[in-house]
Design a protein around this ligand. Structure first.
Ligand code: AP5
Ligand code: MG
Length: 191
């Protein structure tokens, strides 16, 4: 089993690329953002708890996302690999993921970071707001807050993976198909 992290700020293309990469490499795509939005759509207790946090663009508690991810890992013991999108996002999540994978005798292969200019991120998310129905895309202040939260709380864990020699930056500007080719090369080289 292999494990790749697709990392990057809001709007950098994590979801877009993860869907296509999972298909190409037969990985299971695990997006904590998608899982949380499914809980909200289903009206579950968990969904009610996280809805207002996500609307503001803040992070939900580590324990919530860790439990969701642990369930998915446990329920898919024989898969070819996992593509983690939007997880881990804090140091605690990163350390916990390492421990969970170690228990399964596996580990993170690479942390692939999509690098995209700030203005491009905002433009992509504002465009998506017209079709996505995502509450956190509608207001430019919330978009800016999501980017700030990424810089403050999430980006620091790049160093955690850099020290383990797992950090791979990839240019996330340009055509979706070109970025897909760049990412595919990184993954194929690490299999
Ligand atoms: P999450 O769902 O992970 O959202 P995000 O990180 O803010 O990122 P997005 O999903 O908005 O962007 P993306 O990088 O996937 O880009 P996409 O491919 O969609 O998290 C949402 C919230 O959930 C968080 O704020 C937090 O509250 C909570 N949460 C989730 N995980 C958590 C965790 N681990 N811990 C705590 N809280 C957590 O692309 C964006 C748009 O751009 C699309 O319209 C796409 O079509 C377009 N696009 C993509 N690539 C290109 C390109 N190359 N050129 C032009 N347009 C493009
Ligand atoms: Mg996404």
């Amino acid at each position: 089993m292999v494990n790749f992290l697709i990392f990057g700020p809001p709007g950098s293309g994590k979801g877009t690329q993860s869907v296509q990469l999972s298909e190409k490499f037969n990985f299971i795509h695990l997006s904590t953002g998608d899982m949380l939005r499914e809980e909200i759509a289903a009206g579950s207790e968990l969904g009610k708890k996280v809805e207002s946090i996500m609307q503001k663009g803040e992070l939900v508690p580590d324990s919530v996302v860790i439990e969701m991810i642990a369930n998915r890992i446990d329920n898919n013991p024989d898969c070819a690999g996992f593509l983690f999108d939007g997880f881990p996002r804090t140091a605690e999540q990163a350390v916990t993921l390492d421990n969970m994978l170690e228990d399964k005798s596996t580990s993170v292969n690479k942390m692939i970071v999509l690098e995209v200019e700030h203005n491009e991120l905002v433009q992509r998310l504002l465009s998506r707001a017209e079709v996505s129905g995502r509450a956190d895309d509608r207001d430019v202040n919330v978009i800016e807050n999501r980017i700030s939260v990424y810089k403050e709380k999430t980006e620091p864990i790049v160093n955690y993976y850099r020290e383990k020699d797992k950090y791979v930056p990839v240019d996330g500007m340009g055509q979706i198909s070109d970025i897909f080719d760049r990412l595919s090369i990184v993954i194929a080289d690490s299999l």
